[in-house]
Write a protein that binds this ligand. Structure first.
Ligand code: SAM
Ligand code: DTB
Ligand code: SF4
Length: 344
């Protein structure tokens, strides 16, 4: 791609032309490889066309069923295939989940994400899961679940209960996928995503970087997401949290600049989506996180734990927000096309 095209973030790109589903891997790779300043400039320009550049959406995670998972995802502390030492537990009771959700709301979360270490939910659990969705929704938060693969029946029930978002990640490129997971396929994941979309539930889908993949795999993962019939409304970009006892425990850490490039590319290719700077923030400097926000990340997980791993916590995040002049995005603001932002 011509350098001038990469630099053209500031001018000449109509919003309609930006919302594309026909990205070639070559043009995406050229963006990823562009001079860092040009890439960030373009990402920031796109970001400001659709969002308040200083407002960050905040989600809170809760593991509602931990460990003992039948899948063999090479990064995961919760797989029964790996000796991570994590103690498995049963599905939490509804009241306990709602108590935790109330605390998250008091701490400013606007979306509550409930995750279960399952290949897919069992029919017998659906009533309890639906009660969790209804209870959290009645507190005035958006609801999200991540439960593994879903059947048509499952998505129908969750939709009826009022589930707003479903998180199911493709995790990496189709090419690299079988180096990481053998118990379910890339195609299985796309099938669940299509079911969720078809049912009218919003899609949260992203992946992990730093699993030993090549830059081309990061690009391909984002091309797959951006070329879906509709962009996922949320795109979580996780940096691998290395878990002792898992096959990926000793993977070499990805450098911060490559991580920021991945965020910037997600922002440019999916301009209206929330791009979440997801797992791995405890290992990032304030400066790396600041670059991620500059590259267009506008969502984080708050609280001191993710599902099983550590997260920076409220105090550290409030210091970071103060330093950077960031503010929490209120629920009603949402994603919008902005006419009031001047580009130069
Ligand atoms: N079991 C469900 C599933 O896999 O669909 C839901 C929970 S799963 C933990 C959700 C996502 O968290 C994974 O797809 C992966 O992208 C991310 N994740 C899990 N462990 C991680 C780790 N150690 N580092 C970074 N991201 C991780
Ligand atoms: C996502 O992409 N990241 C979150 C959420 N979706 C469910 C999970 C991150 C998990 C990090 C490792 C852990 O806490 O065990
Ligand atoms: Fe199970 Fe999800 Fe972990 Fe894979 S990522 S092992 S499906 S909990």
């Amino acid at each position: 791609m011509e350098l001038a095209t990469v630099q053209s973030g500031a001018t000449g790109q109509s919003a309609d032309r930006e919302l594309r589903h026909d990205w070639s891997r070559e043009e995406a790779q050229a963006l990823y490889d562009a001079p860092f300043n040009d890439l960030l400039f373009r990402a920031q320009c796109v970001h400001r066309r659709y969002f308040d550049a200083n407002a960050i959406q905040r989600s809170r995670l809760l593991s509602i069923k931990t460990g003992g998972c039948a899948e063999d995802c090479g990064y995961c502390s919760q797989s029964a295939h790996h000796a991570s030492g994590l103690k498995a537990s049963k599905l939490m009771q509804v009241e306990k989940v709602l108590t935790e959700a109330r605390k998250a709301k008091e701490q400013g979360a606007t979306r509550y994400c409930m995750g279960a270490a399952w290949r897919s939910p069992k029919g017998r659990d659906m009533d309890v899961l639906c009660a969790m969705v209804e209870g959290v929704k009645s507190m005035g938060m958006e609801t999200c679940m991540t439960l593994g693969m879903l059947s048509d029946d499952d998505v129908g029930k969750l939709r009826h209960a009022g589930l707003d978002y479903y998180n199911h990640n493709i995790d990496t490129s189709e090419r690299y996928y079988d180096k990481v997971i053998s118990t379910r396929t890339f195609a299985d994941r796309l099938e669940t995503l299509a079911r969720v979309r078809e049912a009218g539930i919003k899609v949260c889908c992203g992946g992990i970087v730093g699993m030993g993949e090549e830059p081309e795999d990061r690009v391909d993962m984002l091309v797959t997401l951006a070329n879906l019939p509709e962009h996922p409304e949320s795109v979580p970009i996780n940096m691998l949290v290395p878990i002792p006892g898992t096959p990926l425990a000793e993977t070499e850490k990805i450098d911060g600049i490559s991580f920021v490039r991945t965020i910037a590319l997600a922002r440019i290719m999916m301009p209206k989506s929330f791009v979440r700077l997801s797992a791995g923030r405890t290992e990032m400097s304030d400066e790396t996180q600041a670059l991620c926000f500059l590259a267009g990340a506008n969502s984080i997980f708050v609280g001191d734990t993710l599902l099983t791993a550590d997260n920076p916590g409220e105090d550290a995040d409030s210091v970071l927000f103060d330093k950077l002049g960031l503010k929490p995005l209120e629920l009603e603001m949402g994603s919008c096309e902005r006419d009031d932002v001047q580009e130069s």
